[in-house]
Design a binder for this molecule. Structure first.
Ligand code: COA
Ligand code: ZN
Length: 296
């Protein structure tokens, strides 16, 4: 089964890296383009404090509009606390990414609370919204700008209480693009060995041009859901030096050439990436394909 599901996270991870507010109709037009090219899974926004991430101030309106317009798409949103989960649920979102960092220092910088406090809040979310599907977004899973390299033993120890609390999906995020394929394989295999039933996803930033090889390493270890952003738009405002993400269209090109079934129209996706660079010109794009004028 050569099937991989692409989860487009540009409308969250990409847009949040853009300083100037992107008007809602522009955001929605990019989401339209993505869906028209065959993308079915999208992280469309985050329910966070507008003081922390002003770009996401329109989360509720955007999510409500998308849910109504595309009832068959799979939309999820990032959430940092109970308040975010409540708003997401009330807006109609049924799948959230609950963000925590493997590194305590990055976690505090990002969420302004300790990892222990975030874990306690997760238990509240699970109790109050038992039907909410929760993916644990594990930031700095391979290394942290403040604490340095992370290892598979760090990940295993950290996720234990989460798995015991009922978490069934974990997204390994290389927030600062520090991972290498050997580390990705080692981490994934270690998790698979201890938790064979756990679903793993991967989310790699392209800071050191390692987005593609690390994502491929994960896929070749059996990961079937991978995250990327249109045009490679992205970054983490709380991780110094973070750059763009792995570009969705570049990933789609590689995987389709390798024979993976994705159900995505590549020319349309490249057009979508070009459209995005026109409407959001002041941003970091780590992708390659949308910059090439001729495609064979
Ligand atoms: N959605 C909207 N507003 C929220 C919120 C949420 N999920 N959580 C808190 N707020 C509001 C509070 O109501 C309060 O508003 P007020 O000042 O008008 O009363 C304000 O934000 C501060 O609330 P507080 O609980 O003290 O939070 P904080 O200042 O300690 O910030 C977070 C904590 C988690 C809300 C904030 O750090 C955050 O949103 N971080 C997200 C970071 C992020 O998205 N990073 C990138 C993704 S990896
Ligand atoms: Zn990211």
């Amino acid at each position: 089964m050569n099937q991989v599901e692409i989860i487009e996270v540009g409308p969250r991870d990409g847009f949040q890296s853009v300083k100037a507010y992107i008007p809602l109709d522009i955001k929605l037009s990019i989401i339209d383009e993505l869906i028209n090219s065959g993308i079915k899974h999208l992280q469309i926004t985050s329910f966070v404090s507008p003081k922390a991430i002003p770009q996401m101030q329109d989360a509720q309106e955007l999510a409500a509009y998308c849910l109504q317009k595309y009832p068959n798409a799979h939309f999820m949103a990032l959430v940092p606390n109970l308040r975010g989960a409540k708003t997401a649920w009330e807006t109609g979102i049924r799948q959230i990414s609950y963000v925590v960092s493997l590194s305590e220092r990055h976690h505090v910088a990002n969420i302004n609370r300790t990892r222990a406090e975030s874990f306690a809040d997760l238990l509240n979310i699970q109790m109050q919204y038992p039907e909410l599907e929760i993916c644990l977004d594990l930031a700095t899973a391979f290394g942290c700008p403040f604490e340095g390299r992370k290892h598979e033993q760090d990940v295993l120890g950290f996720i234990k209480p989460y798995v015991e609390s009922g978490i069934r999906t974990i997204n390994l995020c290389d927030t600062i693009g520090i991972a290498n394929p050997a580390q990705v394989r080692k981490t994934i295999r270690a998790i698979q060995q201890v938790y064979p039933g756990l679903e793993l996803q991967i989310h790699i930033h392209d800071t050191r041009n390692m987005g593609m090889v690390n994502t491929l390493a994960a896929i070749e270890c059996g990961v079937t859901k991978v995250q990327s952003t249109l045009g490679g738009l992205g970054g983490c405002p709380f991780a110094p030096g973070a750059s763009g993400n792995l570009a969705t269209e570049d990933l789609v090109f590689m995987l389709s050439e390798m024979g993976y079934e994705l159900g995505i129209d590549l020319p349309k996706l490249i057009e979508a990436a070009r459209y995005q660079t026109k409407v959001i010109p002041d941003a970091i794009y780590s992708g390659h394909l949308h910059k090439i004028s001729q495609h064979i």
